[in-house]
Design a protein around this ligand. Sequence first.
Ligand SMILES: Nc1ncnc2c1ncn2[C@@H]1O[C@H](COP(=O)(O)OP(=O)(O)O)[C@@H](O)[C@H]1O
Ligand SMILES: [Mg+2]
Length: 318
Amino acid sequence: MVEYRQRHTDEWLAHFARRGHRSARPLAAGVEGAVYRLDQGLVAKVWSGRPPADLDLSRRVYADIARHPLSFATPEILDTEVHDGVLVTYERELTGAPFRAEPVTTSAERDLPAAETTALLTVLRALATVPGTDAMRALTVQGDDRPLWRGHTRFPDALAALVRRAARRHGDVLAAHVPGLSAAVDRVVASLTALPDAPVTVIHGDLVPPNLHVDDTGRPTAVLDFGFFTTAGDPAFDAAVTAAVWDMYGPHAESHTSTLTGLFADEFGYPAETLALYQAGYALTTYDLFSPDGSDGHFHWCAGLLRRMASLGNGVSA
Ligand SMILES: Nc1ncnc2c1ncn2[C@@H]1O[C@H](COP(=O)(O)OP(=O)(O)O)[C@@H](O)[C@H]1O
Ligand SMILES: [Mg+2]
């Protein structure tokens, strides 16, 4: 989902210095925020992009996740402020560093490094042990106008309803790039609704390389940046989305996605057609999040995924 990056500025460094953080310095920049390292194990995230709609809810979700000890750290919001109309969250500094700091994966390796596939298995296996909670169900997926679970008791039904709402947003723009889109939407909705019920666990929804920190040996130390598509749901959804987004734009992106999809199906026993269905669902619900007119890379990535699925008779035509 990574598109544009926020910038660091001297004004913010001066602001943190005035608050007593004299050694503040730029740490990293993502789509939603520029992150500064303060002192005493703290970081500040300046939300110049899209801030979380409900900060208290985000904090409750992070607390719910933290209640289940994992072998890696997850975010904790310690304090917040609004400065010059911009939200700043103060968070504990999480250790490790991303496999690749670049938000757009430019990994040119034909085969994904074993350290990456092992780390992804570790993270997905662990997140699938964190039960879904009311706070997670109360979250709204980006671009949507209501909590995903409102009016629903099953994850696949909630996702199917989101697919319908998202198609009403800018489906005409997407249809120009995906032949037979409206029939595909109907099939995805029908296939989702037909999925069996399953216990729900936390869904991260945006496991791209910058959001996974590892140590020097490649062991996961932290998973961060929940919120883009965070909810309670079928852990197979997180696996499916991760397989799709881990490498979106590299020269071997499609082959990496199919390798990861097959690996997650084998390791976790998720049906391959369910993973393909969830990948179509992800594309149909996020295609317009970075521009309404289809002018960005994420849009074209979603359209490409949907065209390939239709041509394979996979997922969208189930
Ligand atoms: N608490 C933290 N501790 C250490 N590094 C962090 C922390 N929060 C963010 N970062 C670094 O900053 C980058 C961008 O932050 P992130 O929360 O992912 O923002 P965005 O939503 O903009 O992607 C991350 O990839 C991570 O490397
Ligand atoms: Mg991020």
